[in-house]
Ligand binder design. Structure first.
Ligand SMILES: Cc1ncc(COP(=O)(O)O)c(C=O)c1O
Length: 374
């Protein structure tokens, strides 16, 4: 049987990984400044993570959502403490798209409406409603295109209000810092404006923290810098350090009822153990403050990179925008210097999404490689 080839692949086969390094089958060591697409939060194969998952698997790995699972409650409590979103309710699922799918569905149930406002250059996943609010027609199939979505320029509150005035919008969905779209972020005034306007017109504000959440920006969630209180927060990538888990945090004003949402695998024992150990390591190793510190170091050093147009992003969700397409540079970094970096829909942007455990000496390896090529 052949694989359904939807991914253009680099010719590298990782077989082992430890903290910020990945090793291929020949033993070549790669510096991971991509984190498997912002997924690796506490470093590859962290000993506490490995121990937690191993011992959980020896007890019970999975049972359905028809029984008591105290690990879900433990995860919710730990998450409440670290995220400071104490009053929110937690619903667990398996991926970022699924988190947004449930967030949009819940907003529609709650308001009885079906139109959504999303933003230009957004990416929210590939399931039905999530892909419909993703600004990339190439990945929206005709079956997804039936959703009612209005795309507005990030930062354009006037158009948001105009769209909301028809009183048919169930949700405004936004990434505080756009990931795939290229690390654009609007102003605090804009995000606060979204909160005020959604309340005024009876819509819900969904903040997509799938990529920016779980400490990546130096705050637990990126929206917290703007002092807002979203109705729903979606999470995934860094949540399980590679174990598939996603979730939404739901404002206390939204009430649950049996059967409203559901999943077979979501919130299983192994996933909860993975995410709990991620939170424990984030706390014990002060990884949020490390993310902020390393970002300051990175941004300072990046200022002297030749041919650099702008430095974008925040925390360890960073981008270097050059005045040329970076695909060849990325290949050189991987094959010659053994450094993984990420790309974006903006072809001139190199994305830096390392594990939150990254240290200055690792970033120095990257800068030396970059200086030698530019
Ligand atoms: C902001 C954002 N939302 C949603 C998703 C979709 O997540 P997943 O691939 O886990 O479905 C992504 C993935 O890149 C993302 O960056």
């Amino acid at each position: 049987m052949s694989l359904f080839e939807v991914y253009p692949l680099f010719d590298i086969t990782p077989v082992k990984a430890k903290d910020v390094f990945v090793y291929d089958e020949k033993g070549t060591k790669f510096l991971d400044l991509y984190g498997g697409h912002a997924v690796i939060s506490i470093g590859h194969s962290h000993p506490h993570y490995v121990k937690s998952l191993t011992s959980q698997l020896q007890q019970i790995g999975f049972y359905s959502n028809s029984i008591q699972n105290p690990l879900q409650v433990k995860l919710a409590n730990k998450l409440a403490g670290l995220s400071k979103c104490e009053d929110y309710q937690l619903f667990l699922c398996n991926s970022g798209a699924e988190a947004n799918e449930n967030a949009l569905k819940l907003a529609s149930f709650q308001t009885g409406r079906k139109k959504v406002i999303a933003f230009k250059n957004s990416f929210h996943g590939r399931t039905s409603a999530a892909v419909a609010v993703t600004d990339n027609p190439k990945i929206v199939a005709p079956i997804n295109a039936q959703q009612e979505v209005e795309y507005i320029e990030l930062g354009d509150l006037i158009s948001v209000e105009k769209a909301l005035q028809k009183n048919d919008v169930c949700a405004v969905i936004v990434e505080c810092i756009q990931g795939v779209g290229g690390l654009d972020e609007s102003t605090t005034g804009f995000y606060q404006g979204l909160e005020i306007l959604t309340k005024k017109y009876g819509a819900l504000l969904i903040i997509d923290e799938v990529q920016s959440g779980f400490g990546r920006t130096g705050d637990f969630f990126a929206f917290q810098k703007h002092g807002i209180e979203p109705d729903i927060i979606s999470m995934a990538k860094g949540m399980g350090n590679g174990f598939p888990i996603g979730g939404i945090l739901i404002h206390p004003s939204i009430k649950a009822s049996y059967g409203l949402l559901g999943t077979t695998f979501g919130g299983n024992h192994l996933a909860c153990a993975a995410s709990l150990s991620v939170l424990e390591v984030i706390e014990n190793e002060s990884l949020m403050s490390n993310a902020a510190k390393m970002a300051t170091y990175f941004i300072e050093k990046a200022k002297s990179i030749p041919k650099l147009k702008t430095i974008k992003g925040r925390g360890l969700m960073l981008g270097l925008e050059f005045d040329f397409p970076v695909s060849e540079l990325r290949k050189t970094l991987i094959y010659k210097h053994h450094i993984f970096t990420g790309s974006a829909s903006n072809s001139n942007l190199l994305r830096i999404l390392p594990p939150l455990t990254i240290q200055k000496q690792h970033l120095d390896i990257f800068f030396e490689a970059l200086y030698s090529e530019l």
